[in-house]
Design a protein around this ligand. Sequence first.
Ligand code: EPU
Length: 443
Amino acid sequence: MATVDPRNDVLHVVGGEPLHGSIHVRGAKNLVSKAMVAALLAPGVSVLKNVPQIRDVQVVSDLLRLHGVAVDVDEVAGVVTIDAQRVQLADVADVDTLSGSSRIPILFSGPLLHRLGEAFIPALGGCNIGGRPIDFHLDTLRKLGAKVDKEHEDGIHITAPDGLHGAKIHLPYPSVGATEQTLLAAVQAEGKTELSGAATEPEIMDLVAVLQKMGAIISVDVDRTFRIEGVKELKGYVHTSLTDRIEAASWASAALATHGDIFVQGATQPEMMTFLNVFRKIGGQFDITDEGIRFWHPGGDLKPVAIETDVHPGFMTDWQQPLVVALTQAKGLSIVHETVYENRFGFTKPLVQMGGTIQLYRECLGSLPCRFQQHNYKHSAVILGPTPLEGRDIDVPDLRGGFSHLIAALTASGPSTVHGISLIDRGYEDFRDKLTALNARVD
Ligand code: EPU
């Protein structure tokens, strides 16, 4: 895996200028990585298009290669070709080198169990925005007949000596990852699987489309129950990923916060409807075309909003952080109730140090059922605006929080130095070049 060049890890930003111009957003990080794992199910060649150059793609490519799979990445064309004709057990020490790099490796479980009868999953990484347990994943695998051995200090060893078998599974919370885990494991399990309480994010439905192209039989009911009829064989696919709606919304929030005007080429309306409604309520304007969506600040005051993050079709938790920066510039009191992650407001501390007025509360400031109600997590935020922001030194805490800090630095008057920005490469393709294309003063 590529190491981080320290010169690429710091960005000097002189803010206070509107971002304006056009950028191109390619495929969704949270589909592409999973579609690459799905390719492992078929002893054939799969082709994935619209793939961005982000670190998660590198991590999954590396992990596939360690399992004997040939992966060819054409970064410019955005095409990844995966030949999973041959799959072999990876050396545990090699797999361990990827420990802590991403959350995707846990999704290798089902495909590896089908192809090899066993899997070794390294310790997981991902953003530090809550406990992020994997109990639902492991329960699902066990229900399908897998044996999970967590004794290995660096990872998890999973076996399925008798193969996987269809089962009735209910998720206590509509987890995106656990839904994908079940789909990837159940498509070739013997018999039928019923998965209730599942998540149905657009990226999951795009994964279902990939699996259907491969030969799977999967249906979904209105009550978020998936029914999967196991099939014996799957074949390679050719698929174009849906656009990254999180990246698109992040640039939209940057346009709003900086009084800017950004055309996000590739952005699509259906997956962003909930975001677009909120963007309009705040006073942002947008124009939807066949090529993408233009987002801009029309001048005048922005309006405050009350939002609650939720699973699809609710307001995505990943949209929340960049938008909070824009809300520091809205006139009045905004409220954000985070119901997906218990600890996703850590990024607001530097915003307050920059001049924002943001208070965090343990109470649920909203009406959605929330798992954090009786707990001590500061998972509601009240933002009073508009407040001018001033540049400063910032350490990037996680992917979305880090991008939000970048937006704050671009909104602020005066210079900022943002440290640890290579974290942002995990999910934002070429963001340095895109900032330059939008006339940001960064180096
Ligand atoms: N959860 C459990 N047990 C589990 C799995 C999840 O308690 O076994 C809990 C989590 O702790 C969390 C909630 O369920 O409180 C939702 O987690 P989920 O499993 O849905 O999240 P995920 O699959 O780990 C994906 C995205 C996240 C995105 C969430 C929610 C990927 C690689 N990651 O994570 O994206 O926030 O779904 O939409 O698809 C990001 O892109 O920056 C990012 C964090």
